[in-house]
Design a binder for this molecule. Structure first.
Ligand code: ADP
Length: 757
């Protein structure tokens, strides 16, 4: 619809000013303006771009209009133009285009672009009206934007100024233009004293502080009139003219004063005044309900006496210089233990002490809520303990198993629930480990069961609990009963089974010994016959035998003798093992023993082999109780071996006294025995594997030394070997001089100590 110029203008003026009063957001307002323009001037499209409203970049032709601060008109759009934007308008079917800068007091805040599908649309007749409209539009828009800004600022200040935090606005000279109630209160100043004053006249604000505030950092300031009143101040620049200051009061006593005011209503915090010794001299009205003891009874109590921490005295001392804040347990002595946070401030004449009980209560409750639900599902006993080892809660299983209710146990030292010192130590050690490593496992401890004599053996693990701030807030002890009756039964059955097996094995071994004993005995009879008859044949009792036949008979006789010897050895082992051998104890004289025919024949064998032989008995060796035949067996075996493995040099037997023992060294200069073999030498059937052995050396059963050892052990003594390969060996037999009973005991200890066992 097209209207005559002045009428259009009148309508525009009224419509625009009405629109301005709607309080629309600037963007919406701009859209409404554009609609109005299209309608009033019969256009096809109107659009505005306002800087700061983020409506996209200006087209190059729009930029031109802004820069020239003059409208740009093209009433004949075509496909040819130096401005590509105009070409694209033409392509979109527009014939005319007018672009007006939106000017407010000589400063362009944006552009208005009008398009028409008709050619020659923007002629002199309407240009005037359009220019007026654009100016009107620009003012309205900028007003609206300003209004919006103020509105936001106002909202922001309202919120800020409502707060308990002291804050104010200062202008660019640092003059306070506005302050909130908390600011007046905190500085103890009224509006007259504060508003209009420079902030640097009130606080010690110097260049450094201004600089750090301008960097967005907070700074510490104090009041010039009262340097004890300190604040942390931070600044927010609102615009070139205005800054917003926030102040946080730093004075702890102030915090305390304020808290003290609120205290009388608090269930969780209370204030105590202490003297230099930590004795309570004054308490706030609500302290009775927080400390769970009559208010009057608190006065006169010495705090270090009721705080469960050996080092609390040091804490108190430290608080003289620097306020202390931390977790503290207070044992009220009436069965009530409080888990508190405590703030301690030295006042010169003593301390102010703020006790907060709330955190702990919330904590206990939350533990109860969360943990109980979870832990009651488990079959383990779960005990929550605070960082000082006091019980916070038992889960249901722990209540049931140990017979205490949660109310009974809460606040009690955890050590009370362990029945012996060792268990208590294990648990406290475990907590130490958990504190360091997070967890301690496999702790065995006996727990008390209410009204029962027998403690409950448990296996426990301990985990530490860390609070939100990363501080240790306690432990969780998870315990499992070690010996439930079923478990005990199972264990007993297991033990019976094992005993049975062991007995079976033992009887099997006995059987084996018996079998060997029997079979060796059975072997001995025929071989005796073989040897006997061969000897008779050899002697010619059954007629002439040729020399050749004689040599064969000789072999039969020698081999059957060897065979008898072997069987005898096996028999000996079997007998010794089955304990069938009883020592025939007599007074043995070692000098005499050396003259025994068996030893004598060994001496002869040495001579035959070109070896020296010596039997030396020291003068102080008296006679001793022993079985002479068994001792000869020992010597025959050891000397026999020595001869077997020695090719040059000799065999030297030396018998001497050493303390309460008689010792016999059987030393040879033979091939020696490696360390490895020395360890196994005395085992049954053990033979050293060697290359280049003579026929004689290679023969044998590996039983000789085991028999030696058994006989010596039976005497309560022991046998040892020292040897170097290639340098000979020394076997040492040690026999105790004492009587038999002692010998047996001795035998046991020697056995344990012997490396050959
Ligand atoms: P065996 O009847 O086979 O000789 P022993 O128990 O008497 O069995 O000896 C075990 C092994 O110890 C022998 O095979 C031998 O190699 C080694 N041995 C024993 N005495 C000596 C020694 N005096 N010198 C070197 N080796 C020895």
């Amino acid at each position: 619809m097209c209207m005559p110029g002045d009428l259009t203008l009148t309508k525009l003026l009224t419509d625009f000013s009405d629109m301005g009063k709607l309080g629309l957001p600037t963007e919406k307002l701009a859209d409404k303006f554009c609609d109005e323009m299209v309608d009033l001037f019969g256009l096809d499209k109107a659009s505005v771009k306002i800087s700061g409203l983020g409506r996209g970049n200006l087209l190059s032709v729009e930029e031109l209009a802004v820069n020239m601060n003059k409208h740009y008109i093209d009433n004949n759009l075509s496909g040819f133009s130096e401005f590509p934007d105009l070409v694209s308008f033409s392509n979109l079917g527009y014939k005319s285009c007018a672009i007006f800068p939106l000017d407010v007091g000589g400063k362009a805040i944006g552009t208005m672009t009008l398009l028409s599908q008709k050619g020659d649309k923007f002629k002199e007749d309407i240009l005037n009206s359009l220019a007026i409209a654009s100016t009107l539009f620009a003012y309205q828009i900028s007003n609206n934007m300003e209004r919006e800004k103020n509105l936001n600022l106002a909202k922001y200040f309202d919120a800020a100024f409502d707060s308990q935090i002291p804050q104010c606005l200062i202008d660019k000279d640092g003059t306070v233009v506005k302050a909130n109630k908390a600011m007046f209160l905190s500085l103890s100043m009224n509006a007259k004293e504060l508003i209009g004053r420079r902030i640097s006249e009130i606080f010690n604000i110097d260049g450094n502080i201004v600089r750090s505030m301008s960097l967005g950092l907070s700074a510490e300031i104090f009041m010039l009139s009262d340097s004890r009143k300190t604040f942390r101040i931070s600044q927010r620049v609102i615009n070139a003219n205005l800054s917003h200051l926030l102040l946080f009061e730093n004075t702890i006593t102030k915090q305390l004063e304020e808290r003290a005011k609120a205290l009388d209503y608090s269930r969780f915090e209370t204030l105590l005044m202490l003297d230099k010794e930590g004795v309570v001299t004054w308490v706030s009205a609500n302290s009775g309900s927080v400390m769970k003891i009559e208010k009057g009874n608190l006065i006169g109590i010495r705090l270090p006496d009721i705080v469960v921490d050996k080092h609390f005295i040091d804490v108190l001392k430290g608080a003289e210089k620097e306020p202390y804040y931390g977790s503290v347990i207070i044992d009220m002595g009436n069965g009530i233990v409080l888990y508190t946070k405590m703030m301690l401030i030295g006042t010169g004449s003593g301390y102010m002490c703020l006790v907060y009980n709330s955190l702990q209560e919330t904590y206990v409750n939350s533990i109860k809520d969360n943990l109980d639900r979870l832990v009651d599902l488990t079959s383990d006993m779960i005990i929550a303990v605070n960082e000082f080892g006091y019980v916070k809660s038992f889960n249901r299983k722990a209540e049931n198993m140990l017979g205490y209710s949660n109310d009974d146990v809460s606040g009690k030292a955890i050590s009370l629930f362990y029945s012996d010192q060792e268990s208590q130590d294990s648990i406290s050690k475990g907590m130490g480990v958990a504190r360091e490593n997070g967890i301690a496992t496999n702790i065995h401890a006996n727990m008390f069961v209410k009204d029962r004599k027998d403690p409950l053996p448990c296996e426990c693990s301990i985990e530490r609990v860390i609070d939100q701030d990363g501080n240790l807030s306690g432990y969780i002890i998870i315990s499992r009963e070690l010996g439930t009756s079923t478990e005990r039964n199972e264990l007993r059955m297991e033990l019976e089974k094992k005993t049975e097996e062991a007995e079976k094995l033992k009887s099997e071994s006995d059987l084996k010994t018996q079998f060997i004993y029997n079979i060796s005995h059975d072997l001995k009879t025929p071989i005796t016959n073989i040897k006997g008859f061969a000897s008779l044949l050899y002697r010619g009792d059954f007629g002439e035998v040729s020399d050749e036949q004689k040599s064969y008979l000789e072999i039969i006789i020698k081999e059957s003798e060897r065979f008898t010897g072997l069987v005898q050895q096996i028999l000996d082992v079997a007998k010794l093992e089955s304990g069938k051998i009883k020592l025939d104890l007599q007074d043995v004289d070692f000098v005499m023993l050396g003259n025994n025919p068996s030893i004598d024949s060994l001496a002869k064998a040495c001579e035959a082999k070109g070896l020296a032989f010596e039997w030396k008995v020291d003068g102080d060796v008296s006679t001793m109780k022993a079985d002479p035949n068994r001792l000869i067996q020992v010597f025959v075996n050891l000397i026999g071996n020595a001869i077997k493995f020695t090719e040059k040099g000799g065999i030297y037997v030396h018998i001497y006294k050493k303390g309460k023992k008689v010792c016999a060294d059987i030393r040879d200069t033979g091939i020696g025995i490696s360390k490895e073999d020395q360890k196994r030498l005395f085992r049954e059937f053990y033979q050293v594997h060697r290359k280049d052995l003579t026929m004689q050396q290679g023969s044998g059963t590996g039983l000789g030394l085991s028999i030696v050892k058994k006989i010596v052990n039976l005497h309560g003594g022991d046998v040892k070997v020292k040897s170097e390969p290639g340098e000979g060996s020394t076997f040492t037999v040690q026999l105790p001089l004492e009587g038999k009973k002692k010998q047996i005991r001795r035998q046991k200890t020697t056995n344990v100590a012997s490396p050959n066992q």
